[in-house]
Design a protein around this ligand. Structure first.
Ligand SMILES: [Zn+2]
Length: 318
């Protein structure tokens, strides 16, 4: 993916550059931005709004008010509100962010203005307050205005008692970013993972935002511990799944890390590693979404070695 292509995408969908983070085909996404949200019932009073290939939004309804988990890109706000109104007469009282990326926080300023209380890990507040950049996509993102920032933050864990359920919120350090949270609904037995777990392909681990492969593996192990045999898992991207898929992804991550570590120990450069295509046999299973095998080689290599530099002259989205 060259920078010229990214510049083209920016001009195509100005102001939405953050969405490039989690989808591979700008035209398909542009169509999706015009399209309908698909509402999928998860369990009890939990639903998932599907806007694939961009991020999933979870909706939790009840007499205390509606809560949403992530809010997609900014232009999706109206459609999210309409979809939630089909499920609940109550206003959106709480908005939780699983991490700072724009396909999960883009609507924050809209929901903040409407009076939703925004809750997230303290590093989400920190990163949204300042300009950020995307190492893989070579783009910067502007700070979020105050009305879009979390008003309640936490550092390790907390529990929300809402709509007859208890939601355990757990920070999983240095996984997809340094500000990821996962959410477990005790009564409903539903686990929301954000991008600490991606169902379907290699994960984008955002090294520049403090993510690491080791942290993503550890986060997945924590989620495997939290999940039971009947737990429904709502991932940041991709369809519903369960504990078995968490295990499968954990095993893939462990295997990829092991292979790259061996090549690092052999003394190979990143270029030499890519030439060997160390994930070639995994490509059919894991390389069919945004992150292809050799991009994941780069991500794992950078995570293990810390060998990366901040790109220069990155375009600013907003
Ligand atoms: Zn993300």
């Amino acid at each position: 993916m060259g920078s010229a292509r990214i510049t083209f995408v920016y001009s195509l969908i100005t102001g939405l550059a953050m969405q490039w983070l989690c989808f591979g085909d700008a035209q398909a996404q542009a169509r999706r931005m015009e399209g309908e949200i698909e509402t999928v019932h998860v369990r009890d009073n939990i639903h998932m709004l599907v806007m694939e290939p961009a991020g999933n939004v979870a909706v939790f309804t009840g007499e205390d008010g509606a809560a949403i988990f992530d809010d997609q890109f900014r232009p999706m706000t109206e459609r999210i509100i309409t979809a939630v109104a089909e499920l609940s007469d109550e206003s959106i009282r709480y908005l939780f962010n699983t991490h700072w990326h724009g396909d999960h926080t883009g609507g924050n300023r809209n929901f903040g203005k409407l009076g939703s209380v925004i809750v997230a890990h303290e590093n989400v507040h920190k990163r949204l307050s300042e300009e950020q950049f995307h190492l893989v996509f070579r783009a910067r993102s502007a700070p979020t205005p105050p009305e879009g920032l979390p008003v309640i933050t936490f550092s390790e864990s907390m529990t929300f008692y809402l709509n007859g359920d208890a939601i355990d919120v757990l920070h999983v350090p240095d996984a997809h970013t340094d500000g990821d949270s996962v959410f477990y609904f005790r009564e409903a037995d539903v686990l929301l993972t954000g991008d600490a777990f991606i169902n379907g392909g290699y994960p984008l681990i955002d090294i520049a935002s403090g993510g690491t492969v080791a942290g993503q593996i550890e986060a997945t192990n924590r989620m495997i511990e939290m999940a039971g045999p009947d737990t429904i898992v709502v991932s940041g991207h991709g369809p519903l799944s369960g504990r078995d898929r968490l295990i499968e992804v954990r095993d893939m991550l462990v295997e990829c890390r092991k292979r790259i570590r061996a090549l690092i120990d052999e003394g190979l450069t990143l270029k030499e590693m890519k030439a060997r295509r160390p994930f070639a046999d995994l490509e059919e299973r894991w390389g069919q979404r945004l992150i292809k095998g050799n991009l994941f080689v780069t991500i794992v290599y950078q995570s293990e070695t810390g060998d990366w530099v901040k790109p220069e002259n990155m375009p600013l989205a907003e």
